[in-house]
Design a protein around this ligand. Structure first.
Ligand code: HEC
Length: 185
């Protein structure tokens, strides 16, 4: 009887510490995802105001990869953006795990869940991985929607000849911020 109780309480403790561990990493991933958006969006908005979407695409082509790399170096995480329909063919093509999660995100959004709340994380013996969905909304559709302005099409052809990231409508999942951290137990 006592023995059974000891086993159960040890199990509970182990589970609790595993949960606490995951929650801390979840929080860290969520705040890094927010930080990424917080660094990129003002640059995008400013470029749009100063030179329209054509210039914003040029600025984004430099700044988005730079922000991802800087934030990765600062945090020790691997931070990138991925999509089932990538714009940046050299950075945004998902690996197998990311692809499966993104496909699930599409199903969740189609079932009515808001992309803002759609995220998923998984812990393996060596890594913690987290994907935070990014939804297509008003501003995004100027560069990711249907019937794009001629200046947008021109800039996309110039900077992203392999672009697949158009044709979205509001509420769809445009892609996700992917955050990976090595863990040793
Ligand atoms: C001014 C045009 C423009 C607007 C507006 C814009 N994007 Fe993009 N988006 C881009 C460009 C250019 C890239 C490629 C950046 C790179 O090379 O990393 C990109 C890449 C992305 C990616 C990375 C995956 C990929 O396909 O390369 C995601 C996710 C994304 N955009 C989501 C959004 C969301 C969500 C919004 C609205 C909040 C938005 N974008 C608004 C131009 C734009």
């Amino acid at each position: 009887m006592y023995r059974a109780f000891a086993v159960v309480s040890t199990l509970a403790l182990t589970l609790c510490s595993a949960l606490a561990h995951t929650t801390a990493l979840d929080d860290e991933a969520a705040s890094l995802a927010q930080e990424f958006v917080g660094r990129l969006q003002p640059q995008l908005k400013q470029a749009m105001e100063e030179g329209g979407p054509g210039m914003a695409i040029e600025v984004c082509s430099h700044q988005a990869p730079l922000i991802a790399d800087t934030l990765s170096a600062e945090s020790g995480w691997i931070i990138k953006r991925v999509s089932l329909k990538s714009r940046n063919a050299s950075r945004a093509v998902p690996d197998q795990w990311e692809r499966a999660v993104l496909e699930d995100f599409d199903r969740r959004a189609a079932a009515g869940e808001s992309p803002v709340t759609i995220h998923y994380s998984e812990t393996t013996p060596s890594h913690y991985r987290h994907l935070q969905a990014q939804g297509a909304e008003g501003l995004c559709l100027m560069c990711h929607g249907k019937d794009l302005a001629p200046t947008v099409n021109e800039a996309l052809e110039l900077y992203y000849p392999d672009d697949m990231a158009t044709g979205y409508t509001a509420g769809q999942v445009r892609g996700a911020i992917s955050l990976t951290k090595s863990i040793s137990r």
